[in-house]
Ligand binder design. Structure first.
Ligand SMILES: *Cc1c(COP(=O)(O)O)cnc(C)c1O
Length: 347
């Protein structure tokens, strides 16, 4: 049985959160002399003198409409990084609790665990980059608070089988995080509509990839209203700045623009796959449900270095478990991809 209260850190269970001026008076009309802001304006042309909405309700209403979720089921963070950190700070007691990750996967889960002094039990994916279910189950003990699943997975690019994710969700009593940073590029459905079935589910998405807004730093976590209420207590009061909230609203009004970019990137990915098949130094192109391709090369690091010398920067993943001699390439523009293919063919 999943029981939120028994899973939380003791200090968080007892935490009385900071109450900001904007928490204590929520009206929008009136003379605001409560937050020590500058009443005159800003040093910039655009005005930023008032503190932003600490819970970002307008933005959450808009995202909720798009994702068919309640605003109360949404946490917004300074990138997904903040949402990842929120899981550790809310659930994991330093020096005592542990989490499970499934390498090769996104590096931030382990870095964030290390910062929070949380043991990481790394259970490698199978050679086809799927979950080794019996090994994960065997690694769980009474101090295991979270299991991190990235789907589609970075750096391998594939989506994780839904039935395996459901198996973990239904048998594990801690929280299960599905990082869906690349879900817009995948044929698979998001787990967002399954939140009501699994009280232990936390889904991460981001504005950094398909939406093309990495510089803004805006990540999303979707979960039960109860879990989101905990994150709201733990987060910095004004964690999402006003400019980011405004720009995200603008982006959300241009859903078609985002979908057209996704289409273009998928077209480019297909083109790249076809061209890469003709390059002799490419031994394998792993199937991708994301905006990048993992390639097994004859010599991964050598290729990486030679491309750097030609000013094309890829990601050398050859030191990563199960990714020997692999490089990861982000799908670029048509011109960038053509350059990459020309360079790869000449080295
Ligand atoms: C890129 C990426 C993110 C996004 O991180 P942000 O902090 O939101 O920019 C999250 N998870 C994975 C697996 C990623 O590759």
């Amino acid at each position: 049985m999943f029981e939120l209260n028994s899973l939380l850190r003791n200090n968080i269970k007892k935490l009385k959160p900071y109450s900001s001026a904007r928490d204590e008076y929520q009206g929008t009309e009136g003379v605001f002399l409560d937050a020590n802001e500058n009443p005159i304006g800003s040093a910039t042309k655009q005005k930023f003198n008032r503190y932003p909405d600490p819970k970002q309700w307008v933005l959450k209403e808009k995202i909720g409409g798009l994702k068919r979720l309640l605003p109360e089921q949404i946490f917004l963070g300074n990138g997904s990084d903040e949402a990842i950190d929120m899981v550790f700070r809310s659930f994991c007691t330093p020096g005592i609790d542990n989490v499970i990750t499934l390498p090769p996967t996104y590096g931030m889960y382990k870095v964030c665990a290390d910062i929070n002094d949380i043991e990481v039990r790394e259970i490698p994916l199978t050679t086809s980059y799927q979950i080794n279910i019996p090994a994960v189950k065997a690694a769980i003990d009474e101090r295991t608070k979270a299991i991190w699943i990235c789907s589609p997975n970075n750096p391998t690019g594939n989506a994780i089988f839904s039935k395996d994710i459901v198996e973990i969700l239904t048998t594990f009593n801690g929280v299960v995080i599905i990082d869906e940073a690349y879900i817009d590029f995948a044929p698979d459905k998001s787990f967002t509509q399954k939140l009501k079935d699994y009280p232990n589910l936390i889904i991460l998405q981001t504005f950094s990839k398909a939406w093309g807004m990495a510089a803004l730093r805006l990540g999303m976590a979707f979960a039960s209203a109860e879990i989101i209420a905990v994150f709201n207590k733990v987060k910095y009061p004004y964690n999402i700045n006003e400019l980011t909230q405004q720009m995200a609203m603008e982006a959300l009004k241009n859903l078609l623009g985002k979908e057209m970019m996704v289409e273009e990137i998928l077209t480019q990915r297909a083109w790249l796959e076809e061209e890469l098949k003709k390059v002799p130094s490419v031994l394998k192109i792993y199937p991708s449900d994301a905006n990048f391709l993992l390639l097994k090369m004859k010599d991964g690091t050598g290729t990486y270095d030679k491309l750097v010398a030609k000013k094309t920067i890829t990601r050398d993943r050859s030191k990563v478990t199960l990714c020997e001699d692999c490089i990861r390439i982000t799908v670029g523009t048509a011109a960038e991809n053509a350059t990459l293919i020309a360079q790869l063919s000449s080295i």
